[in-house]
Design a protein around this ligand. Structure first.
Ligand code: GAF
Length: 385
């Protein structure tokens, strides 16, 4: 459900019997390039999208937190005592908002009790980071309501801590950073080691382009399986190569790595090393030539994730291949993989034809129909009422 601010405020009053103190919103993200590089201390280039999560919140006079969602209007709010929250103590979707409060306190910021009602337009499990949107909407609300004055960079770390320790997903810092630092018309170039970020202009409309999202509707979760296994391979690769993180290897080091690592670990390492280089190249291309020239880097990124990192799936490959065959300038899966969404960079005039070609290819393969829509770089998290 996606409510207007007025509707959400009214729904909050229905739920909790008081008016909210305010409404805070945080977007999902699309990653232009730089996949699985964040937890390797590397580079990423995501942008915030208009799909967002909004939370209505009101302070309580005690240390109780109640969280409810517009998606479950008949379910009782999940209730927790801030003094009793512990790592991993909350299960289900409430682990995200309650995890943020727990992580704020772990980071030294005392929070008041509060009631929270969450609403969202970010598709869940689609690789557009509905989880970071939820964490960051709560993080900015809690930051304001507790007058903690935490920087955006630290709020991103707090969101990540919530996801790693309360939800149990060993994810990196990219998604929270995009959600908190995004700006209209820009991508966020983030150095995940130093935390330094820079906005890179990404004027798709001005270049006559669209960035299509092809949501395969194959749902994924980063709390289980493949994501954690990839992270372990990367850590093993860094350890065997004697570096703190794969960020410290360059393309030139790959020849040596081939002699040191087993075949699978080598391919995992090669993805990260070449992907980091592609992010830097993409920033260079965007600043010197413009977005229309990004295509070959997107195509190379997808091949690397499909063949070396092995995080693609038949639906994502079909989306990418069909989009490219129908004239997309570039295409790749975006996000953690194992499902979720692909992106395709297209001339505005070609978007309809590419969309139908992808739908046809999905139907021919017997896959569920994808959801296809275009996105633009939008604003980061903010108080909206
Ligand atoms: C998910 C994670 F949450 C990010 O931290 C990042 O690792 C991404 O997958 C892959 O680039 O979105």
């Amino acid at each position: 459900m996606t409510s207007s601010p007025l509707d959400l405020a009214a729904a909050f009053t229905d739920r909790f019997g008081t008016e909210p103190d305010g409404l805070w919103s945080a977007p999902g993200r699309v990653n232009v390039i730089g996949e699985h590089t964040d937890y390797n201390d590397g580079f990423v280039l995501p942008f915030a999208i208009k799909h967002s999560t909004t939370v209505a919140a009101a302070i309580r006079p005690d240390r109780i937190v109640r969280v409810a969602s517009t998606f479950a209007p008949d379910e009782a709010p999940v209730t927790a005592d801030l003094d009793a929250l512990e790592e991993g103590s909350v299960k289900g979707w409430a682990a995200y908002p309650l995890g943020v409060l727990w992580a704020m306190e772990q980071s030294g910021y005392r929070c008041p009790g509060m009631d929270l009602l969450v609403d969202s337009s970010v598709p869940v499990g689609a690789g557009l980071s509905s989880s970071a949107a939820l964490e960051c909407s709560v993080a900015v609300a809690v930051n304001d309501l507790s007058q903690a004055d935490v920087s955006r960079r630290e709020l991103a770390v707090i969101g990540q801590l919530a996801e790693n320790s309360m939800v149990g997903a060993p994810t990196g810092i990219m998604d929270q950073s995009a959600s908190l630092l995004g700006e209209v018309g820009h991508a966020v170039f983030l150095d995940c080691r130093s935390g330094d970020s820079r906005l890179v202009p990404l004027d798709l409309e001005g270049a006559g382009l669209e960035l299509m999202v092809i949501d395969t509707r194959v749902s994924h979760s980063h709390s289980t399986g493949g994501y954690a296994a990839r992270r372990r391979s990367c850590e093993l690769g860094a350890e065997l190569m004697g570096v703190p993180a794969l960020r410290d290897l360059s393309v030139k080091d790959l020849a040596e790595a081939a002699g040191v690592l087993d075949e699978e670990t080598f391919r995992r390492v090669r993805h990260i090393v070449t992907e980091n280089a592609r992010v830097e190249d993409a920033v260079q291309v965007l600043t010197s030539k413009g977005p229309a020239q990004l295509g070959p880097l997107l195509v190379a990124s997808h091949a690397s994730m499909r063949d070396d990192f092995e995080i693609s799936c038949a639906e994502l490959d079909t989306a990418v291949d069909a989009a490219l065959d129908a004239g997309a300038l570039g295409a790749r899966m975006t996000g953690g993989g194992f499902g979720g969404a692909a992106i395709a960079l297209a001339r505005a005039d070609d978007v309809a034809a590419i969309g139908s070609a992808v739908e046809k290819a999905f139907s021919a393969a017997g896959f569920r129909a994808p959801m296809i829509f275009s996105v633009l770089p939008g604003a980061g998290a903010a108080r909206i009422a």
